[in-house]
Ligand binder design. Structure first.
Ligand SMILES: Cc1ncc(C[n+]2csc(CCOP(=O)(O)OP(=O)(O)O)c2C)c(N)n1
Ligand SMILES: [Mg+2]
Length: 684
């Protein structure tokens, strides 16, 4: 039996549909119904609208496509396959190998397959971001659109429109129910991101059943309220109507666009009312046969890709994308001769490398017994970094004056000034972090700031920063009971442990201004991991390093700050604002002829990366009497202090009072540390 399709378009759409059905069936898990319904939406977008060169998937000015409803992953895998996107080499250049072979699609959801259950960034060219946790992808898309506007405003010159790419995100009911999506949409509307298009699959159904169960709001009206343009497409199978909607997006130059698509999940399946099958389960062999028959498809063929389909994509998206890419390359060569300084900056950004001399502005802090809060030294370091690191762009969730994240010499990023580098995310921590991920995916080195306790509000995105190996910088101040009077709701207790628990997040808690500088250096050098820079509200002395370990030791995560002759009787370990406390405790112990080593441990993850001999030199196994001090919970510390170890810190929520009273109240004091040290020594 041959394929019966009236048009090449229909043939392509049905190819995408059947690949998705077959992939889910073969894996015996996944969601086939959504890709089946959205195939025409994706087909029309990719073949006619997405400016993308399948030969060079990382061309910097490509339009971005985000599948925010990551459960429909077979849709993007099918698209990548049929549109002929090539794999990239380790330099990010296109190769002659396909990004996804048909075998990869057959191995959907199997070990080592690039076709994971949900699209994973880095697994295959054409996947612009990791999605699956609903709402995140659309948030990332806002960050990508911001990056496009920023790069354009900063680097485009008359006749050289180097950056003007559009960002399309396909999303579902679940995406739009999530708070993070609304936060991101609100910022996007405020910022008038006309290069952003969300396509909402308004299929009226989620896992539990009809959206009437829990979601009856007027979505287009909400988006209009958020400052978006909205378009409704009654039937996505009407490709002309789809195209008209895309045209309307392109013609809208002052706001983002939401295209609402009224689709029918499991389109073509005889059993489309079957919510179970459409969502979390394969259709089953019988239903697949019937569906294929309804499409005019050979019933028994699996993973069939008629050669006309890739050929059609090559002619449409492929030819247009390649032409646009090569025109861009030529322009960029000319740009390099005319604007060499800007071109160099662009090169570093698009290759995601630190520019030469990026750290040249960082100057040491002078010794100061009164010292300053680490949030203050952090602000100074950010300002020292900014001039030599153009990719550094960020801001805070309405706490710039407290988190010290404003760059003095820079302007605000705003609808009239996309070249600005000071961003204002409003009180939208989760939206902010999802946006930071999108910015990082676009080559920027973004940072976002809030109070440390509110990492709870952005944690899902922080987790994705790490899964995607993105160098997002989180600036997190007011890091303990040391913030004082605001009380228990604002005092992080479990947050250090919670952030350290996310694999790949490097949690820095520097103990003085110079450690802050070195923690920033370490964090910026780390191009494949997010950093949580955890900073104090209260002052810490800027240490006189004479006779002490150099602050550059912070770049090894942990180092000996002060030492004794010979083998120590006890090792005291602390981070951040508790470093001065253990220093004080050490003095008391030394006065009693006890041999003390003081270790500052600003970043456990970095310390754990050091070779065993270095770690042994800091924390020798032979010395078992150890006390750790941190104004948070004990979790994470046992690996350094062992079963016999002592911990001075928190085991409950905090309280509202001035900081020094709280440290007394919760017994995080030099006396307490010294007392524990003596017990630890006696116990040996
Ligand atoms: C944050 C988050 N919560 C829950 C889920 C589990 N989940 C996957 S799909 C889905 C809902 C499916 O409904 P919808 O978003 O409308 O997509 P459709 O089935 O219509 O494609 C849910 C709850 C998830 N992926 N992410
Ligand atoms: Mg739905």
């Amino acid at each position: 039996m041959s394929v019966q399709s009236t048009t090449i378009q229909q043939l392509a759409v049905n190819t995408i549909r059947t690949l998705s059905m077959d992939g889910v069936q073969e894996a015996n898990s996944g969601h086939p119904g959504t890709p089946m319904a959205l195939a025409p939406v994706a087909f029309q977008l990719w073949s006619e609208n997405l400016q993308y060169n399948p030969q060079e998937p990382l061309w910097p000015n490509r339009d971005r496509f985000v599948l925010s409803c990551g459960h429909a992953s077979m849709l993007i895998y099918s698209m990548i396959h049929v549109s002929g996107i090539k794999a990239i080499d380790k330099h990010g250049k296109g190769t002659n190998q396909p990004s996804l072979k048909i075998e990869d699609l057959k191995n959907f959801r199997q070990i080592n397959s690039p076709c994971a259950g949900h699209p994973e960034y880095g697994y295959a060219a054409g996947i612009e971001t990791t999605t699956g946790p609903l709402g995140q992808g659309v948030g990332n898309a806002v960050g990508m659109a911001i990056a496009s506007k920023h790069m354009g405003a900063k680097y485009n010159k008359p006749g050289f429109e180097l950056f003007d790419y559009d960002v399309y995100a396909l999303c579902s009911d679940g995406d739009l129910m999530e708070g993070v999506a609304c936060e991101a949409a609100s910022i996007a509307g405020h910022l008038r991101l006309s290069n952003l298009c969300w396509i909402y699959d308004d299929n009226g159904i989620t896992i539990e059943g009809h959206t009437d169960l829990a979601f009856t709001e007027d979505v287009p009206m909400r988006f209009r309220g958020l400052g978006w343009h909205t378009v409704v497409v009654k039937d996505p199978n009407d490709l002309k109507a789809m195209q008209a909607a895309y045209d309307e997006f392109k013609a809208t130059t002052d706001k983002p666009t939401l295209i609402v698509v009224k689709s029918v999940i499991g389109f073509g399946s005889p059993n489309k009312a079957n919510t179970h099958g459409a969502h979390g389960a394969p259709l089953g062999e019988e239903e697949i046969k019937l569906t294929k028959a309804a499409y005019g498809w050979p019933e028994n063929e699996k993973f069939l890709v008629p050669p006309e389909v890739p050929a059609y994509f090559a002619k449409t998206m492929g030819e247009k994308g390649a032409a646009a890419n090569s025109a861009w390359d030529k322009k960029f060569v000319e740009y390099k001769t005319k604007f060499p300084k800007e071109a160099t900056e662009i090169d570093f950004i698009i290759n995601r490398k630190l520019p030469i001399g990026w750290d040249a502005g960082i100057k040491p802090f002078a010794v100061d017994p009164k010292g300053m809060a680490t949030r203050v030294s952090s602000g100074k370091v950010l300002n020292m970094l900014s001039p030599n690191l153009p990719a550094l762009v960020g801001g805070s969730a309405d706490l710039a004056p407290s988190t010290m994240t404003l760059i003095d010499k820079e302007t605000d990023f705003s609808p009239g000034n996309y070249a600005g580098r000071n961003m204002h995310f409003g009180i939208r921590e989760h939206g902010m972090a999802s946006i930071l991920n999108g910015m990082a995916l676009s080559g920027l080195r973004p940072y976002g700031a809030t109070f440390f306790v509110f990492t709870d509000y952005l944690r899902p995105s922080m987790r994705l920063s790490s899964i995607m190996h993105l160098p997002v910088l989180y600036v997190l101040t007011h890091d303990s009971i040391g913030l004082g009077e605001d009380g228990p709701t604002h005092q992080p207790v479990e947050h250090l442990a919670a952030c350290r628990a996310i694999p790949g997040v490097y949690v820095y808690r520097p103990g003085d201004a110079n450690e802050v500088a070195h923690c920033y250096i370490a964090a910026m050098k780390m191009e494949n991991h997010p950093a949580a820079m955890v900073l104090s509200r209260q002052n810490v002395p800027t240490l006189d390093r004479a006779g002490l370990g150099a602050a550059s030791g912070a770049e090894k995560g942990g180092y000996v700050l002060s030492d004794c002759q010979g083998t120590p009787d006890v090792i005291l370990i602390a981070t951040g604002t508790e470093v001065p406390i253990i220093m004080e405790a050490a003095k008391k112990l030394i006065a009693e002829d006890i041999k003390v080593r003081v270790v500052s441990m600003p970043c456990m993850e970095l310390f754990d990366d050091q070779d065993p001999s270095y770690r042994e030199s800091v924390l020798p196994k032979a010395v078992k009497a150890r006390v750790a001090c941190e104004a948070g919970i004990r979790l994470c510390w046992d690996k350094y202090i062992g079963l016999e170890g002592h911990f001075v810190g928190m085991s409950s929520f905090g309280a509202s009072a001035p900081a020094n009273q709280l440290y007394e109240h919760f017994k995080i004091t030099p006396d307490q540390v010294a007392a524990h040290a003596k017990i630890a020594i006696q116990g040996m």
